[in-house]
Design a protein around this ligand. Sequence first.
Ligand SMILES: Cc1cc2nc3c(=O)[nH]c(=O)nc-3n(C[C@H](O)[C@H](O)[C@H](O)COP(=O)(O)O)c2cc1C
Length: 203
Amino acid sequence: MGSFQIGVSHGLSEIEQACWEMMENASKNRHAGMHHMVVGTVREGKPEIRTVILRGVSREERRVFFHTDSRKEMFTDMSSGEPISLLVYDQQLRSQIRMKGHAIVHHMDELCKQRWAKTADYSRRSYLQPGVPGLPAESPELPDKLRDFSYTLEESEVGFNNFVVMECVIDNMDWYFAHHQGNRRANFGYEGRALVHARWLNS
Ligand SMILES: Cc1cc2nc3c(=O)[nH]c(=O)nc-3n(C[C@H](O)[C@H](O)[C@H](O)COP(=O)(O)O)c2cc1C
């Protein structure tokens, strides 16, 4: 199968593999549609959604990764092991993938160290801003040093305290394909690393 060209001739097994392949590719390509992922959480019984950058995929472990800030509300939403939902979509690939699962939160651990070390200077800025995300701000302006990216790599190290890696464990993946011969939909269930069901659904 051509890597990212799912078509109407493909079966469930190929589609399941292609879903992970599309996301893995998107995690490395900032121009890919699926590079942006929507994360849904529940806060006091109400749904919350927001966009994040898809930073990594482990096909074998059925996991997807993104980065966030420990001061954000989504950190609290996800810390308790509550259910989460994730959504990616690529118009060119005509594919939407919706996932359900929970998050393993990494803060100040070895995985965070490895990923922080690979984080570019400019990406560190949001972890350096002094204001707590989501709280009222007197001004939208950043301090000069942050605005101009004129901090040193050494000065940026303090941002590590706020840096979080979210490891999302996927239990269910739902693929929807928009096609002129008829839309298609398939659903895949996982227990740990094992695929426990793969079935077509009415679209
Ligand atoms: C294009 C785009 C990419 C974003 N990527 C991230 C990200 O990777 N991590 C993150 O924590 N917030 C990211 N954000 C900000 C979140 O969408 C969100 O607004 C913020 O985290 C506050 O959400 P919360 O109050 O639910 O925590 C991004 C926003 C946009 C528009």
